[in-house]
Design a protein around this ligand. Structure first.
Ligand SMILES: Nc1ncnc2c1ncn2[C@@H]1O[C@H](COP(=O)(O)OP(=O)(O)O)[C@@H](O)[C@H]1O
Length: 303
């Protein structure tokens, strides 16, 4: 059923102008190199068409054993907006996996390999990694989930380019795209305050954001999300959470990912959600916007 869209999306991308060809050659080289040097199972000859075909195979989900749970949702939003926080909360509530492509990339980079340092260069400078590479990583993750009987997902950090959105549209039907928004003054501070526990992987934020209100917008207060005592001495900062790199990531988001918002807006799948403040204020409102407050109440009552 998806084959026509899929082939059109892919062939459209295969006839790109010459500048993209240079990027494609680089990407294929990178992927070939990565797969031979890091022991990665990526196909050495992989290209965008092949990566999309892998994605098609891995994303066809069998009917969910839990009726109504087969959610295929996407989170969009600038770096630092809180995609990970809200996607992971919704994933626990709805019983579907939270798949963050940024995490998949970091896992891949942590495996040693001569040329994985080239990918690291891209990530640590705030650039996107090639579409082929990310689609291939996502396919592997979806395939592994399928084998474990997972059904549905909440994607965080994918799609990030219109090419990725077209390919995803060709292989699966996304039900909803939540576009999280946060006042720009808060984004940089949130990224710079981000900390991860090197042992348990917990995500925290040491920034305390307090933006004075004025005639146009109310005060915004976001308290820090501090780690428990046993994580305190194990906190690390992501290499790409420096001021210079965050600014570059914001620039790339506006250039490459904002068109993805428009892509889903046109298809009437985009839910715009402006975060009013920290988690205690924002979470109940997000649930209300998603008509999920009843489910949350029931789950909390059971817990
Ligand atoms: N869909 C994607 N396409 C290309 N690159 C990606 C994608 N997802 C993640 N990455 C790479 O991983 C990095 C970290 O991603 P992520 O953790 O989602 O960061 P952010 O906090 O900027 O949303 C990105 O800056 C990019 O280099």
């Amino acid at each position: 059923m998806h084959t026509n869209h899929f082939s059109m999306a892919v062939s459209h991308r295969l006839f790109r102008p010459a500048t993209s060809t240079v990027k494609n050659i680089f990407s294929s080289y990178l992927i070939r190199s990565l797969s031979s040097s890091s022991g990665s199972s990526l196909d050495p000859e992989i290209d965008l068409k092949e990566a999309a075909s892998q994605l098609e195979k891995s994303s066809s989900s069998s009917p969910s054993p839990y009726k109504g749970r087969n959610f295929h949702w996407v989170f969009l939003g600038c770096p630092g907006v809180g995609k990970g926080t809200y996607a992971s909360r919704l994933s626990s509530l709805l019983g579907v996996p939270h798949i963050a492509t940024g995490d998949l990339v970091r896992e891949e980079l942590s495996s040693s390999g001569l040329l994985s340092s080239q990918l690291k260069e891209l990530v640590n400078h705030g650039k996107l990694v090639p579409d082929e590479f990310i689609i291939s990583l996502l396919s592997k993750r979806l395939q592994a989930g399928k084998e474990k009987g997972e059904s549905g997902y909440i994607l965080d950090g994918f799609p990030r380019t219109v090419t990725q959105a077209e390919i995803l549209e060709g292989v699966t039907n996304i039900d909803l795209v939540i576009n999280l928004k946060l006042r720009e003054e808060a984004l940089l501070a949130k990224c710079l305050g981000r900390r991860i526990c090197s042992e348990c992987g917990g995500n925290y934020n040491v920034a305390c954001i307090d933006i004075k209100g004025d005639d146009h917008s109310p005060r915004m207060y976001m308290p820090p999300l501090l780690p428990p005592p046993n994580c305190e001495s194990k906190l690390i900062t992501r290499a790409d959470d420096t001021e210079e790199v965050v600014k570059e990531r914001l620039r790339i988001y506006n250039k490459m990912t904002q068109p993805v918002e428009e892509f889903y807006r046109k298809r009437e799948k985009l839910l715009e959600f402006e975060l009013p403040g920290g988690i205690p204020e924002s979470w109940p409102r997000l649930l209300r916007a998603l008509h999920l407050e009843d489910l949350y109440d029931k789950k909390s009552a059971i817990a």
